[in-house]
Design a protein around this ligand. Structure first.
Ligand code: GA4
Length: 337
């Protein structure tokens, strides 16, 4: 893990730490595996997943579509926008003034919507749809596997308590591709090569994507080999995450925190854009259906662990999140006390 002693962003320190790693091909028993995942979700709300079994061609195919799209002229990309909230976006995140050093494509994770959107995204819309649907299906599969292992690790009677929410055909899951252009210009790179560039100064306040937690249940993230992702540790330190294109990174979202009655914590994270190469990341955000109620399974609530949050529907939560800034602690609005 790369160590940096401090970051100029918001004055918080970063530190070295071992990111929890889950290996789907390990010879651990299912019980050990599920308990290790539960521990990672409790302690960090985050883990790295290796040997996940998703073919590299599925991942590369999606990445290539992303590279092809972001490589198109600006005027063509804007035909797939503006993001209201789905579509192509550039720098603006949400509608309350949040900005980042990125371009993105935000899509609903369902066949009908992908087929419709792909017409403005790609010269070959059928190919784009096929590749995106295949990738999204793989992500849903991985997410459901994780959710079932978690239910197992929490000793829930109903192993489908969480995965059922993503399997619902009305699930409001979405898919995002973020493209962070290189932030060091060619002139800077020349100066860097010549040893005359003050890298500290040039890397200062580049926010790729500002601090936030993901609102959904679970996020499955994959990036190329360019870093930038940082997660916030429980004690408030920023931990840089080394990129690993062969792995997925799994993030606990707000709804998972509510579903586990606060036992899991949604992870606050951000992307610092200071690469000399472009970063491309792809996120599957696993969400419930609009009208699904979010409340923990009965075993997770007791007189010693009373309900931390009022029950709410995903639709209600989604409305709330669009009234707030990116960095808001939205779940606080649903606390019982
Ligand atoms: C953060 C996680 C996902 O990228 C996202 C984002 C969404 C958007 O870009 O439209 C939001 C943000 C995210 C939370 C607060 C609101 C909504 C931008 C924003 C300022 C797609 C999501 O679901 O919530």
């Amino acid at each position: 893990m790369v160590v940096s002693t401090s970051t100029p962003l918001r004055g918080r320190k970063t530190r070295a730490i071992g990111i929890p790693t889950i290996d789907f091909s390990s010879d651990m028993s299912k019980t050990e595996l599920s308990e290790t995942i539960v521990r990672a979700c409790e302690e960090y709300g985050f883990f790295k997943l290796i040997n996940h079994g998703i073919p590299m061609e599925t991942i590369d195919g999606m990445e290539n579509e992303g590279v092809r799209f972001f490589g198109r002229p600006g005027s063509e990309k804007h035909e797939a926008g503006p993001p209201n909230p789905y579509g192509y976006g550039c720098k603006n995140i949400g509608t309350h003034g949040d900005q980042g050093e990125l371009e993105y494509l935000l899509l609903e994770a369902n066949h009908v919507s992908i087929a419709h959107r792909s017409k403005t995204i790609a010269n070959n819309p059928t190919e784009f749809s096929d590749v995106a649907n295949c990738y999204i299906q793989s992500m849903r599969k991985i997410a459901c596997e994780i959710l079932e292992l978690v239910a197992d690790g929490l000793w829930l009677e109903d192993k489908g308590s969480f995965s059922r929410l993503l399997k619902d055909e009305d699930s409001d899951s979405c898919f995002r591709i973020n493209y962070y252009p290189p932030t060091i210009s060619n002139i800077n790179r020349y100066e860097e090569d010549m040893g005359v560039l003050d890298m500290q100064a040039s890397r200062k306040t580049r926010i790729g994507f500002g601090e936030h937690s993901d609102p959904q249940i679970l996020t499955i993230m994959r990036s190329n080999d360019v870093g930038g992702l940082q997660i916030c540790s429980p004690d408030g330190l920023w931990i840089p995450v080394n990129p690993d294109p062969s792995a997925f990174f799994v993030l606990v979202g707000d709804v998972f925190q509510a579903l586990t009655n606060g036992r899991f914590m949604s992870v606050r994270h951000r992307v610092v854009a200071n690469g000399s190469k472009s970063r491309l990341s792809m996120m599957y955000f696993g969400a419930p259906a609009y009208n699904a109620w979010i409340s923990p399974p009965p075993q997770m609530v007791s007189p010693q662990n009373p309900s931390l949050y009022k029950p709410f529907t995903w639709g209600e939560y989604k409305k709330t999140l669009y009234t707030l800034r990116l960095a808001a602690h939205r779940l606080d609005f649903y606390r019982t006390n």
